[in-house]
Design a binder for this molecule. Structure first.
Ligand SMILES: Nc1ncnc2c1ncn2[C@@H]1O[C@H](COP(=O)(O)OP(=O)(O)OP(=O)(O)O)[C@@H](O)[C@H]1O
Ligand SMILES: [Mg+2]
Length: 262
């Protein structure tokens, strides 16, 4: 599905990813690693949000295009993004936010939401129902709880009818109960719909419970690629340089940047 080949990403000449080669197939891949490891950068390079310095990212054999290119826009249509801070349009209803997904999320279409085809409205409504929010469809996004906003975010990503869902720390801003609801939905997206789900996750218990595969990054390099049951204490201690965060509510891992500046 997604082939990452000898990927290098530099920010102002400083490497954030170095020679990462990995194939991400169907299922639920968790990307883990300490703060600053390059997890978000990997996610953004898959979706073409950061320029690739060297190497390549291919979606079903097609190279992700250069920023701003028509090729990239075509690839991005197949990838739904879910964000840590939800990134909804706050003054729009839950339903309109999902409709934005149907319309390819083009801001210039905002004014055309009222004219969205009936079939799109019905589909958006169906997706809200799927994430358990049908009764909140007409509420403004900023009147929803964080967990509800994230479920709208997932419905919006699904409205695009993508092949891949990329979720950068989808539950970091949520309480345990909302996190569980979000993780259940993400699981159903790969189990029931057969989409590829890729998520950056901080808590290893969540990884063990939901992921089918784990890719670990440290200091911009791929350090292991394994199954969740192979995540031994030794492996994770080495990754985080100390005991990793197991369950939500525990301290997040100390950032390598913090360690460096301590
Ligand atoms: N826009 C940017 N400009 C310059 N440097 C950046 C930028 N984004 C990230 N970096 C640097 O690139 C490295 C990787 O960052 P990235 O955000 O991918 O890490 P991460 O694993 O997602 O960390 P976290 O767990 O804290 O979210 C870090 O050293 C970071 O400081
Ligand atoms: Mg990150």
């Amino acid at each position: 599905m997604i082939d990452i080949k000898h990927l290098h990403v530099n920010y102002r000449g400083k490497p954030a990813l170095q020679d990462v080669t990995v194939h991400l197939g169907s299922g639920f891949t968790a990307i883990i690693g300490p703060s600053g490891a390059g997890k978000s950068t990997l996610m953004r390079s898959i979706n073409g949000l950061v320029p690739i310095t060297d190497g390549d990212v291919l979606l079903e054999g097609h190279s992700i295009g250069k920023p701003g290119s028509a090729a990239l826009r075509a690839q991005q249509r197949h990838m739904g993004m879910v964000f840590q801070q939800f990134n909804l349009v706050r003054r729009l209803s839950a339903l309109d936010n999902v409709l934005l997904g149907c319309l390819g999320r083009q801001p210039q279409l905002l004014g055309a939401l009222g004219l969205a085809p009936k079939a799109d409205r019905a589909f958006a409504m169906h997706l809200l129902d799927r994430v358990g929010l049908a009764e909140h469809a007409w509420k403004r996004a900023d009147q929803l709880s964080g967990g509800q906003q994230q479920r709208v975010g997932i419905a919006r990503a699904l409205a695009q009818q993508p092949r891949v869902i990329l979720a950068d720390e989808p539950i970091s801003a949520l309480d345990p109960k909302s996190s569980e609801q979000v993780m259940h939905i993400l699981r159903s997206i790969h189990e029931d719909d057969g989409l590829t789900v890729i998520a950056n996750l901080h808590f290893l218990d969540t990884v063990r419970q939901y992921a089918t595969r784990v890719v670990a990054l440290k200091a911009g390099q791929l350090v292991f690629d394994t199954t969740p049951d192979a995540l031994t204490r030794e492996l994770t201690r080495e990754l985080y340089d100390h005991d990793p965060p197991a369950v939500q509510g525990a301290e997040p891992p100390v950032s390598v940047n913090q360690l460096a500046s301590a």
